[in-house]
Each structure stands twice: as C-alpha cells, then as structure tokens.
Design a protein around this ligand. Structure first.
Ligand code: MRU
Ligand code: ZN
Length: 209
C-alpha cells in the first residue's frame, strides 16, 4: 500500500503561524505570564517549537526552535516539548499543537479530575471539533493528573491516544489544555471552541449544584 508522504512546511511559514497564534491567544488571556507553548510540524521528522520561559504573546523569530521528533529536545526549548513531539509521532495527521492555560481549563480540569474525562454533548459548537458533525455527538476530553515529569506524562498520553483515535484534545488537571489539528487554523479553532465548551460545562455545574 502506498503511504502519502507528510507535506513539508517551510520553517519561515511555521514561525509566522506560531508568532501569530501566540498574539491571538495572549490577547484572549489563554496564555498568562509565560505559560503555554506551541508547535508546528515541519515534515515527517521535525517540528518547530516555542522557546521556554518567554511571554507567548511577544514571540519573535528567535523564540522558535527546530526539534527532531526522535531526539532529545533542543537546548532552550519549551519544558513541555516532549508532549508536542509525542503527539507528532502518535498522530501523523497532526500538523500543529497548542497548549493553553486559561482560567476555565485549569479550574474545570481540577474539579473533574476524579472522573478522568469530560464528556461534552448537546452543544452546536461541538461541530468545530475535528470531524464532529452533530451536537448529539459525545466528545470526550480526557483529564490527566498534573505531573512535573513531562516524559512520564507524555508516555501516559501516548498509551491513551493509541486506544482512542478520535481524541482531539486532553486536559491536565489544574494546569491547562492540549489540542492539535491538521493545520494551525484547525488547532486554533479547537482552542477557541473548547474554551467555550468548557465554560458551558462550568456554568452548568453552577446551575445544577
Ligand atoms: C509559567 S508556569 C507554566 C509552565 O510551567 C508550563 O506549564 C508552560 O506552559 C510553559 O512552559 P514553557 O517551558 O515556557 O513552554
Ligand atoms: Zn503548561
């Protein structure tokens, strides 16, 4: 069987997309302080990833580093680079990965950690996620306990992704959201849609309490 090669993206395009998405997410308060990190696949073996410890709303070209998907992260790259590289290895159709730290993602993931996942259902905005076609779909967002050992967390995520090809995102409790897409535009759409969907869930909890 013929396998389609992964199309290559020039580094300059990846840098522009990463800088732009950083500004977009920062003005919406999704990446406070120096939180969050972003990446863009370049080809089958490499991805561009943000530098660690910088304000993601003020990224410049030098804050984007090139990582080999099968090697240790480059010096200075995001502390969470293993979570990005793992996604590109596990999901050949993932071309962009976005990690955000919004209030609602940190709070709701803490409140619902014991359930291990959030199941989103009944909302029209679900159709902004992946190939979801109806508000009646049940979209699961797994919740992992937070862990400062990022390679250990990455191996837990890999184990789950292997069994759950339909996933488009996961939460880390008290920490934030990871989502990805077949393009930067799709990954960004997922962040925005999920922010609203998580807010609906949090508001529902208040009303039903
Ligand atoms: C500023 S606290 C957030 C960090 O600990 C981390 O979770 C994060 O999202 C950003 O880390 P970074 O190494 O800058 O990519
Ligand atoms: Zn983080």
């Amino acid at each position: 069987m013929r396998v389609n090669p992964v199309p290559a993206t020039p580094l300059s395009d990846a840098v522009r997309e990463i800088v732009e998405v950083g500004r977009f997410l920062s003005v919406r308060n999704f990446v406070p302080a120096t939180s969050g990190n972003f990446s863009r696949r370049l080809d089958a073996r490499t991805a561009a990833v943000t530098r660690s410890g910088v304000d993601k709303g003020e990224l410049v070209e030098a804050d984007v580093l090139v990582a080999d998907l099968h090697a240790p992260p480059p010096e200075g790259a995001s502390a969470e680079t293993p979570l990005h590289l793992q996604l590109y290895r596990d999901r050949p159709d993932a071309h962009a990965v976005l990690h955000t730290h919004s209030v609602v993602s940190a709070l709701l993931s803490n409140l619902r950690l014991a359930e291990g996942e959030l199941v989103l259902q009944g909302f029209e905005l679900l159709k902004a996620l992946g190939d979801t076609r109806t508000h009646e779909a049940a979209v699961s967002i797994p919740i992992f306990p937070n862990d400062q050992d990022i390679p250990r967390l990455a191996s837990k995520v890999t184990a789950l992704l292997e069994q759950r090809p339909e996933l488009v995102a996961y939460l880390i409790a008290g920490h934030g959201l990871y989502t990805w897409g077949r393009s930067m535009a799709e990954a960004r759409r997922h962040v925005v849609a999920l922010e609203h969907l998580l807010t609906y869930e949090l508001e529902k909890m208040k009303v039903l309490r």
